[in-house]
Design a binder for this molecule. Sequence first.
Ligand code: NAD
Length: 488
Amino acid sequence: MSSTTATEPILIAGVRVSPDHLIGGVRVPSPDRFVTLSPIDGAPLGHVACGGPAEAAAAVGAAAAAFPEWAALGPAGRAAALHRLADLIDSQVDEIATVECADMGMLLASLRARVIARAAMNFRNYADLAVAYQERDWHSKGTWNRVQRMPAGPVAVITPWNAPFMLSTWKVAPALAAGCTVVLKPAEWSPLSASLLADLTVAAGFSPGVFNLLQGTGERTGAALVADPRLARISFTGSPETARQIAATAGANLVPFTGELGGKGPLIVCEDADLELAAARAAGQYDDAGQVCLAGTRLLVQASIADAFLERFDAHVAAHVLGDPRSPETTIAPLIHPEHLTRVQGFVDRAVSDGHALLRGGHRLDGLFFEPTLIAPHSNDAEIVQSEVFGPVLTFQTFTDEAEAIALANSTRYGLSGIVFTASMGRAERIGRALRAGVVWVNTFLVRDLTAPFGGCGISGIGREGGNYALDFYSDLKTLQILEGSVG
Ligand code: NAD
């Protein structure tokens, strides 16, 4: 950290984005920098600070110094600041959406209409949830008991490259609402929108150090951050492979860790389902180029309706428009990065060379586009069934009865989400209960109630976020026990 003169902002369609860290309320550059590319045309958008151990230590130090005052504000005091931040996000939707679209390639229309607004909602809802939290009181064994929540301390939040602005707020909002201070390290493939969030925390009047932004790569910056023993929590969203490394460091320091990890969700279509709805939703799993952890990427369709389903599914897929994410007609955007495109192509090539049937797609197109692809595996053990591709690649398998559907659905090491289409309440209940997943949607997809728990089973996650579950994670719970009759 040789210099503290802020670097010239990166300009994206007129929006100014600082490429520096935000540490203790000050923009801090790094001597090392990395390039962020736009998926739209593969062109560099700019150079972003790449923090090392010194910047990581400074960011955690700033968060630790700001913690006592932020914690002492109490839920209502913090709620006022979080509401101001939410209002500022709402007032900047177009700017944030423009930067997110350029840097990550997400569809501009959906960013503007929904995604950024959800980020603002997360801050509002967590502010209100923390205020509404009732401490539990009870009498037992001659004592009066109360469960209190103590803000845990400074926390590290590490996020992936898909939907980075909104996803980061699932963690940053409850952490701040619970009274923790935050160091956010976004992913190096889409780091820019986090810088706008940092600006907005300053504009909202957060004290220096309450929210810090640390830019950089995973292996250098992220690894230095999570190794800091002053952290009270580490909250991570990303791949199981990275989670193993971070969990090992967290374990060595005995720092509680939560991980929202990958998915390989089943999408089950029973013979009594609304076929049109199921086929439309199944084709919708290609949205965001399949770069969605919750996607139902394994289509499991009852054999008796397989042909009818495929015919409708094909019609819906044919209606998809691959193109520039800034265009309102586009429904499938490019993949995030050339390396990711190569990874996706590798999965498909290996599946084809292993003799699995390619039912549609399978090829890369100009730019960073990959065709919506459907593969019918000849074995459930195939890599294409068992591993997360995180691209526009689905598998197609049939089942004869509920038991087989459940066995296939539960046959991977993942367990993040499941989607079921049926007209029967009994089936919905039975299959829903039998699936090993953090969330099961019946006849719908991606609807999320903020108070519900969110997380994964197996290698899809450790711990639960959402509602009071997240507030509990960012708090140390304490039982206060007073001998009855001993105090007046
Ligand atoms: P990733 O694991 O490669 O990286 C995630 C973050 O970890 C990045 O910020 C990266 O810089 C950082 N990182 C990498 N190595 C690190 C290390 N050694 N120490 C500290 N930090 C390190 O994941 P990705 O490719 O960015 O994201 C895609 C993955 O995220 C997919 O598996 C997807 O399913 C998952 N995901 C899960 C959810 C969920 O809620 N369950 C949501 C979105 C994405």
